[in-house]
Ligand binder design. Structure first.
Ligand code: GDP
Length: 450
């Protein structure tokens, strides 16, 4: 339990392998995960993604992530997106294994990458690979000049020094509470929305599709029909407080019951998925539930269901987005999924996305990075006060997570122009990947110059 009293999802540490193509990342990944088979690499031009796998090591479990082709991307249309994804992986990691190839010189681009990894402050080990013998190890000593405190010379292919590396990883992660790791709390996802938008169909689809373990979860209330879902080894609990349906017989009381149910499910969830019906959206009641979700401060996604019924000539994804956020602008941070519970299209993405936005909502950014951000933002768009005057953004620090909350100290008296505050939050969200989560900003007058 956190001090706030709500149950938290226990965090399994993450170890990210970072390096340029061909240094041996996937060989090391396979070595540490005990996989024999070669991993399929993504084809050029296709989305590159990370591969991850749970690893048990000396009673300690962690998630090992191969950032694959995410780094060393040449300039190409998707380059920025890929890089951003890669940095998010590094920032959420508890340990980075920075890999180099002993058989060739370190390139300036690699040195630059190492420098950027250092700046994130994430602990790291320098792993110099393709060192097959002690003689070669002596030759590889030039890598010490990079000034890394922890450098290891290994051969992922020939298993040289792999045990040393495993020990170093275990040491870096610290003593684990492995019983806790195994009994990781499921992520609680509430599928909310008005009647007949397809909530039960989505839940049923998830249960069928994933051939999930479905079981009663101890500790839930008598009225709830929560189900446990396992996807890619991650556990999700679809929270649903039933039992209120019975009292609903008129349209008005059905609506009221619907809202009440949404309220209860939102309260019991870590992540919220608001379901809309593609035939009619967003309605007044949709807006009401969206407001409840927003006020809860919990991460939120929107699923536009029954997408199979939509004439794609008349309504394309961009238009759907405009219509939804035209009315529900206050939750414009929520990612939008176009799904069909009938055909199953993208329904399982609800779970993956739930995991992603929950992580975004749990992210902490170091004060030094926030202040570098302040400088950049002030330079790009000088801050404005409500009375038209100028202000100075002096200092910012993160106060909490879920939702991420910040204190911003302003030089000068007065309040920030609301439009400026919106711009500022948008830039903050973009910069640090706070997608899918509300943000809280507390603006204070700074005590002034010393
Ligand atoms: P709930 O009240 O939100 O739980 O809605 P239900 O899951 O009971 O669904 C209401 C109606 O919509 C049912 O007749 C479903 O068969 C139908 N439905 C749900 N999802 C879809 C979908 O993606 N496409 C289509 N065509 N119909 C759907």
């Amino acid at each position: 339990m956190r001090p706030g009293g709500e149950p938290t999802v226990k965090k399994v540490p993450r170890v990210a392998i970072v390096g340029f193509p061909n240094v041996g990342k996937s060989t090391l990944f396979n070595r540490l995960t005990g996989k024999r088979k070669a991993l399929v690499h993504s084809l050029p031009g296709m989305t590159r993604d990370c591969i991850e796998e749970k690893v048990e090591l000396e009673g300690r479990s962690f998630v090992l992530v191969d950032t694959g082709g995410l780094f060393g991307v040449p300039d190409e249309p998707l380059g920025d997106l890929v890089r951003e994804r890669a940095w998010r992986e590094v920032e959420r990691a508890d340990l980075v294994l920075f890999m180099l190839d002993s058989k060739r010189e370190v390139t300036p681009a690699e040195e630059e990458l190492l420098l950027s990894v250092r700046k994130t402050g994430v602990p790291r080990l320098l792993v110099v690979n393709k060192v097959d013998s002690p003689e070669q190890e002596a030759a590889a000593a030039s890598f010490y000049r990079l000034g890394e405190k922890d450098t290891l010379f290994v051969s992922a292919e020939h298993k040289h020094n792999i045990e040393l590396l495993e020990e170093a990883v275990a040491r870096a992660l610290g003593p684990g509470d492995s019983a806790g790791d195994k009994e990781q709390e499921p992520l609680r996802v509430a599928i909310v929305g008005r009647i007949n938008v397809g909530k039960s169909s989505i839940i049923n689809r998830l249960l069928d599709d994933e051939r999930l373990l479905v079981s009663a979860i101890p500790g839930t209330t008598r009225d709830s029909t929560d189900s446990l879902v396992v996807r890619y080894g991650k556990r999700y609990c679809l929270v649903d407080t039933a039992g209120i349906r019975k009292m609903a017989d008129t349209r008005d009381s059905r609506e009221k019951a619907g809202i009440l149910r949404a309220k209860q499910n939102i309260r019991r969830a870590d992540v919220i998925c608001l379901v809309l019906d593609a035939r009619e959206f967003p309605t007044r009641q949709d807006a009401h539930i969206a407001q409840l979700a927003h006020d809860s401060g919990k991460p939120l996604m929107i699923a536009l269901n029954k997408w199979d019924l939509v004439d794609k000539q008349a309504l394309d994804p961009e238009a759907a987005r405009r219509i939804i956020f035209g009315k529900l602008g206050f939750v414009d941070y929520a990612p939008l999924l176009l799904i069909s519970a009938r055909t199953g299209q993208r329904v399982a993405r609800v779970l993956d996305l739930a995991g992603e936005i929950h992580e975004n909502a749990s992210r902490r950014v170091e004060t030094s990075r926030l202040n570098a951000f302040l400088e950049a933002v002030s330079a790009a768009h000088p801050p404005r006060l409500e009375d038209g005057g100028r202000a100075k953004l002096r200092y910012m620090t993160q106060k909490g997570v879920r939702p991420p909350a910040f204190i911003l100290f302003l030089g000068g008296r007065g309040r920030l122009l609301p439009a400026y505050e919106r711009y500022f939050l948008g830039a903050l969200r973009e910069k640090f990947g706070f997608h899918g989560t509300p943000l809280r900003l507390f603006v204070r007058a700074s005590p002034g110059r010393r």
